[in-house]
Design a binder for this molecule. Structure first.
Ligand code: Q46
Ligand code: ZN
Length: 304
């Protein structure tokens, strides 16, 4: 197997691109995929301050590494979820990466700062952990970006993640969710701009990028992920991809090109509904936002 760009011995093949790459050309290829995603969706500029959400896993660390290599000014933020050893270990990977590369990492620890851990929130709300986790992440990462004066919040959602979410949204015809499933969500009152620069890279590619670039990442999946329906959608899409390489990228990337423009009007309507949370001032269509409602339920403030 020969590297397509340079002819050296290849270390990885990417059937969807009908190409194999040596280590050096693979890193260049990944940088190019991210550069293309950023420029074709006008995600951000080099003069802007970027905050990247870091979990300690392969996607977020690869993203941080690539954005720095592409010359962006990027700090990281790690969110402590209080998921036992998993959280302690993942924080260690995030901190070691930041230290080794001389980068700034902010840490927001939910148990210390908000008085609850994600497993408790799941028990109290009687919903799957990812539900309380997802809403806490959205709220707290956005707040970290706004409070830190960043222009952009970048997350490590990759092609597999986005294709799985799209698959779920299509199965249920969740038109509102489909309209908001964008690689860039523009800044609005109370929301930092959110971008997903890894939409052109699959998770096998982010893992290979980390190995090739000696980025130590947490391999273990979150113990609370069991039963997550997106994992099942990923398996289904992977089976299809094995038989027809490229089908996953076509499903998602063609949605961006051909379907999202049709849904522009729906996105506007959803945005027009937003008001402000009476407790924390975050955008919310209810009097009290979903995060403040969760905190109230799991860790009520005795003074209130
Ligand atoms: S961290 Fe949180 Fe994920 Fe764990 S509880 Fe679910 S959403 S699986 S990316
Ligand atoms: Zn609130």
């Amino acid at each position: 197997m020969k590297c397509k760009p340079c002819g050296a011995t290849a270390v990885i093949d990417i059937p969807r691109h009908r190409a194999a790459f040596c280590a050096g050309c693979f890193s260049t290829h990944c940088h190019e995929q991210v550069r293309r995603a950023i420029s074709s969706h006008r995600m951000m500029g080099h003069s802007e301050r970027i905050l990247v959400a870091i979990s300690g896993g392969k996607d977020s660390l690869a993203l941080w590494h690539i954005l720095v290599a592409l010359g962006y000014q990027v700090d990281g933020v790690y969110l402590g979820l209080g998921i036992g050893d998993y959280s302690d270990t993942s924080r260690g990977y995030a901190e070691r990466f930041a230290q080794a590369h001389g980068l700034t990492l902010h840490v927001v620890d939910i148990p210390t700062e908000h008085g609850f851990a994600i497993p408790e929130a799941a028990r109290a709300t009687k919903r799957v952990p990812c539900s309380a986790c997802g809403l806490s992440k959205r709220h707290l990462l956005n707040r970290a970006a706004l409070d830190g004066g960043y222009d952009v919040l970048a997350t490590g959602h990759n092609l597999d993640d986005e294709a799985a979410v799209l698959f779920g949204n299509v199965l249920q015809w969740q038109v509102g969710y489909l309209a908001r499933q964008r690689p860039v969500l523009a800044a609005t009152d109370g929301f930092a701009r959110r971008v997903k620069p890894l939409i052109r890279m699959g998770e096998r590619e982010t893992a290979a990028y980390c190995v090739i670039n000696r980025i130590d990442y947490l391999v273990d999946e979150c113990p609370m992920a069991a039963g997550n329906k997106h994992l099942r959608y990923k398996e289904t899409l992977n089976e299809m991809e094995e038989r027809s390489p490229g089908v996953k990228a076509a499903f998602y990337l063609k949605f961006l090109d051909d379907m999202l423009p049709v849904l522009d009007g729906v996105a506007e309507e959803e945005r027009a509904l937003v008001g402000v949370c009476s407790r924390c001032g975050a955008p919310s269509s209810a009097t009290v936002c979903a995060f403040c409602t969760l905190v109230e339920r799991v860790a009520p403030d005795p003074a209130r």
